[in-house]
Design a protein around this ligand. Structure first.
Ligand code: CAA
Ligand code: NAI
Length: 705
């Protein structure tokens, strides 16, 4: 937001008898203090100037108003408040019209709802997404939306944070008419003149009856019950329902007061702080030095090498973004399987009624399966997704180096392997980069962009441009074993293994992690991914493992029995008859007991709190190392990695934000405490020690790179 303090973000002009109020505060006309002050001035002018017979509100640029200025949350409030401005505006005795193009979200829709008439252009998007920021609409939205669209629909809109198209908003009653054309001012003026010609009086939303007042209370009870189970751990949804109840039960002004109280509770909640952090982290990760220093290379034709789980998912992600995709596999049988893997995704959408056969055919017209590397000679970017085996990958890169045109970006989707070693197989290491997608690649939003020692800046910029087109959250990472995410995961997963061996059951650990807000615990994840994958990695690493480091063998005992998780009907849990939800297994507990006995460990009890403190401390400590080594640019990059790739609960902001909110001194004290038992595993990261000594937090390192 680069608004200079002395510019006027709200301009007024009188057009015939209509006061046109232009909100001009790039990029999205957020309701900063200056905008609120400008709107108040407009209302005062309309109150006092008898030349003004109607007021028209329009947004300049791509948005009507994208809501409150999120950067102001958590700072001392600056008058005038939005509720106060909207109160005065609604009471004007001259018709007020809002003409909406682009987003009218949160406080932006509240402005429109406090106007007396609303017209929407085709590209308008209306919504009350405050729930995503841990908030509720705090400028009368919870009281006005029920009067326009009904209490049940309003509650659903606010609980989902969903955005409605102009047509859907018209059908819901949120807007009065849909207008053709691109110019909101012309559309709004036409509406204003018509209203003036017909002598229309202000139609105040506050005076409208709630259309479903009789049936809504029962439906709200149902919504409240659903919310309690669905919005597990979230603070604002129950308060949204309470506000809608207040709209049904109390006079308008009292409803507003109740809304204010509950809004302030949300505003002051840690969830709001964490969710606002997540909102900005999601956008900041793309701001990296190379994006400023270099321009992306052309990016229209892409190839994937390998059509397995990842290759097919990446192909779908690229096809969905409108790119042309060539897929290469080893032989006819494999390419047929690769093609089937891609088609399966579209067929599932057709079966759900979310795609037509024609649309599938049109998309697949851009898809070329092949078995010859010559087919990728002219593409702009190649993503290799073959088996996780360094020799195979090296051979693929030698082949790519032979066939690909100069300037083509050569990317690997490896999870752990050394990208510098892969790049060294080519005569163009400057063109080689890691693009680490997450499974399923067409759904998961995280894309780790792994910059190798010799990767050129414009190759990095091209990777970030690809992420933008694929609508991914790109995180810049450096080369190390596991990059940002898998490297940190390996450490906290190990902390879970230690707790298991010391006496916690896998079920207790999973339950503690779920209680924190993760959808699944680490042992459930292992059963879902397949225990054979981790087992193979452990066997590979056995030769290089530090013999002095603690090694927990319980997972090996499980895998040796062929208990690989869901796919084999049994892992850490039992899955009778293909069940998706596992049952606890006494035999697993017996195996753990036997392993403990073998090592002479007397099992002890772990509280949920201790499980979490250890799990999180391991995560944060390794995160600090990853930062210190420059593998991650900023703490927010680690937060985004875990929010968008590893199921970390968004309302906790990510591991580094969580640590800041706990207090880094507390996290460090825990690590020092745990180090008394195992000083090798629990070595405090020097960066964490330094920050604590200097009284700083991770946020202080989140400067734009
Ligand atoms: N406040 C401050 N900055 C905002 C903002 C807001 N409400 N909305 C967007 N921005 C900033 C973004 O951070 C970004 O800044 P940088 O360029 O510096 O990174 C810039 O505007 C552009 O945003 P996007 O990259 O997201 O652009 P987009 O075109 O993809 O999306 C958008 C535009 C749909 C408006 C999207 O930004 C969005 O969803 N914004 C948030 C909307 C929202 O949640 N509003 C409710 C606020 S809470 C509220 O209003 C409470 C209340 O009741 C008073
Ligand atoms: P997969 O086994 O499902 O698919 C690999 C495919 O590569 C197979 O279809 C195989 O026929 C093909 N292949 C092998 N050698 C080839 C060659 N020389 N030329 C062309 N095709 C060849 O494996 P998956 O899961 O798709 O993994 C691929 C890569 O992605 C690995 O490096 C893996 O570490 C990485 N990865 C995997 C994730 C996952 O969750 N499965 C997540 C992120 C990365």
């Amino acid at each position: 937001m680069s608004q200079a303090p002395d510019t006027q973000p709200v301009h007024l002009r009188l057009e015939d008898e209509v006061l046109v109020v232009c909100i001009d505060h790039p990029p999205v006309n957020a309701l900063s203090q200056a905008v609120r002050a400008g709107l108040l001035k407009a209302v005062e002018r309309a109150e006092s100037d008898c030349a003004v017979r109607a007021v028209l509100l329009v947004g300049v640029g791509r948005a009507f108003i994208a809501g409150a200025d999120i950067r102001e949350f958590g700072k001392p409030p600056q008058p005038p408040s939005l509720p106060e401005v909207l109160h005065r505006m609604e009471l004007l005795d001259k018709p007020v019209i809002a003409a909406i193009q682009g987003p009218a979200l949160g406080g932006g829709l509240e402005v429109a709802m406090a106007a007396h008439h609303r017209v929407a252009l085709a590209g308008a998007r209306l919504g009350l997404p405050e729930v995503h920021l841990g908030l509720l609409p705090g400028a009368g939205g919870t009281q006005r939306a029920p009067r326009l669209m009904g209490a049940q629909a309003a509650a659903e809109l606010m609980l989902s944070g969903q955005q409605l198209s102009a047509r859907a908003a018209l059908e819901a009653g949120l807007v009065d008419r849909l207008v053709e054309g691109e110019d909101p001012t012309a559309a709004g003026l036409a509406c204003a003149r018509e209203l003036l010609a017909s002598g229309a009086r202000p139609r105040r939303t506050r005076d409208l009856p709630i259309p479903d007042a009789a049936t809504a209370p029962a439906q709200l009870d149902q919504l409240a019950a659903d919310t309690a189970s669905k919005a597990r751990g979230l603070f604002s949804p129950a308060r949204i329902i309470e506000c809608v109840r207040a709209a049904l039960e109390l006079p308008f002004e009292e409803g507003l007061r109740r809304e204010r109280e509950l809004f302030v509770e949300c505003l002051n909640s840690p969830q709001r702080e964490a969710l606002v952090h997540a909102f900005f982290a999601e956008r900041e990760t793309a701001k990296i030095p190379e994006a400023r220093a270099a321009s992306p290379r052309p990016l229209a034709r892409l190839a994937v090498i390998g059509g397995g789980t990842m290759g097919a998912g990446i192909a779908v992600a690229a096809l969905d973004a409108g790119l042309a995709v060539t897929m290469i596999e080893r032989d006819q049988e494999s390419i047929a399987r690769g093609q089937a893997n891609v088609e399966k995704v579209y067929d599932a959408l057709i079966a759900k009624g979310r795609l037509t056969a024609e649309a599938k055919a049109a998309t697949l017209a851009r898809f070329t399966p092949d078995t010859s590397y010559d087919a990728v000679a002219d593409v702009d970017l190649v993503i290799e997704a073959v088996f996780e085996d360094l020799d195979i990958k090296k051979a693929v890169f030698r082949e790519l180096d032979r066939v690909c045109r100069r300037g083509c970006v050569l990317a690997t989707n490896t999870s752990y392997l050394d990208i510098d070693a892969i790049a060294a197989e080519t005569r163009r290491p400057q063109d080689v980069i890691g693009l680490h997608f997450f499974s399923p690649a067409h759904i998961m939003r995280l894309l780790e962009i792994v910059v190798a020692a010799r990767t050129a800046p414009d190759v990095v910029a091209t990777a970030f441009e690809l992420a933008r087109r694929l609508k991914k959250v790109p995180v810049r990472a450096g080369v190390c074993d596991g990059f940002i995410g898998n490297r940190i995961l390996a450490v906290y997963r190990e902390a879970a293994n230690h707790m298991l061996e010391d006496g916690a059951s896998p079920y207790e650990i999973d339950a503690a992690v779920r209680a924190f807000g993760y959808p699944m615990g680490p042992f459930q994840v292992s059963d879902l991914a397949g225990g054979d994958i981790g087992w193979a990695t452990r066997k590979r690493q056995a030769a290089t493992r530090d013999p002095k480091a603690r090694y927990v063998e319980i997972a090996d005992r499980i895998a040796e029995r062929g208990w690989f998780g869901q796919k084999s009907g049994r892992g850490w849990y039992r899955y009778p008859q293909g069940a998706r939800i596992g049952q606890e297994d006494p035999e697993v507990l017996a195996i753990a007991d036997a392993e403990r006995a073998k090592k002479g460990i007397t099992p002890r009890r772990f509280t949920q709190d201790e499980i979490l403190r250890r799990y999180m401390a391991a995560m944060v400590n390794e995160g600090a190392r990853v930062l210190e080594e420059g593998i991650a640019l900023r703490p927010l990059d680690i937060d985004a990695t875990f929010l968008f790739g590893y199921g970390f609960p968004r309302w906790r902001g990510g591991p580094m934000k969580w640590a800041d909110m706990q207090g880094l001194d507390r996290v460090l004290a825990d690590i020092r405490e745990f180090a008394k038992e195992d000083p090798q595993f629990w070595r405090p990261a020097p960066l964490l020690e330094r920050l604590v000594a200097e009284g700083r937090d991770f946020e202080s390192l989140n400067r734009p790179a």
